[in-house]
Design a protein around this ligand. Structure first.
Ligand SMILES: [Fe+2]
Length: 128
């Protein structure tokens, strides 16, 4: 997998704090992608998976707090999506011996890119 190029025009959801947090997340994913190309040991990779998990939990809380100011289905959709991701990733990490690191990395990478571009993009209109 190749690192993801951050493109403000493509990824911006119209909220500077959310954009900067998304950019940080993509940066951590890129660290994982680069490391996975080499012969990094499992512990180094796990360390970064923990880093992204901790950062993401905080990001989800902040994103949900911001969206809670709006009614409608957007908050529920977001909360459901965030919870599904966290549960799915936790299951994969628990079974880390059965899933190779590349599978987990692919899941994390695809989830974030799709989540930002499809789900988070839905709230762009609220801020622009
Ligand atoms: Fe989100």
């Amino acid at each position: 997998m190749e690192p993801i190029a951050w493109d403000e025009e493509k990824f911006s959801v119209g909220h500077p704090l959310m954009d900067s947090q998304h950019q940080t997340i993509i940066g951590i994913i890129n660290k994982l992608i680069v490391l996975s190309h080499g012969d990094a040991n499992k512990l180094d990779l796990l360390d970064i998976f923990m880093e992204i998990s901790n950062y993401a939990m905080n990001h989800f809380d902040e994103e949900e707090a911001i969206l809670s100011q709006w009614g409608g289905s957007i908050l529920k959709e977001q909360t459901d999506s965030h919870n599904q991701y966290s549960e799915e990733l936790a299951k994969m990490m628990i079974g880390i011996d059965n899933h190779n690191i590349d599978d987990i990395l692919r899941f994390v990478t695809h989830w974030w890119v799709n989540h930002i571009l499809i789900e988070d993009m839905k709230y762009k209109a609220l801020f622009t």
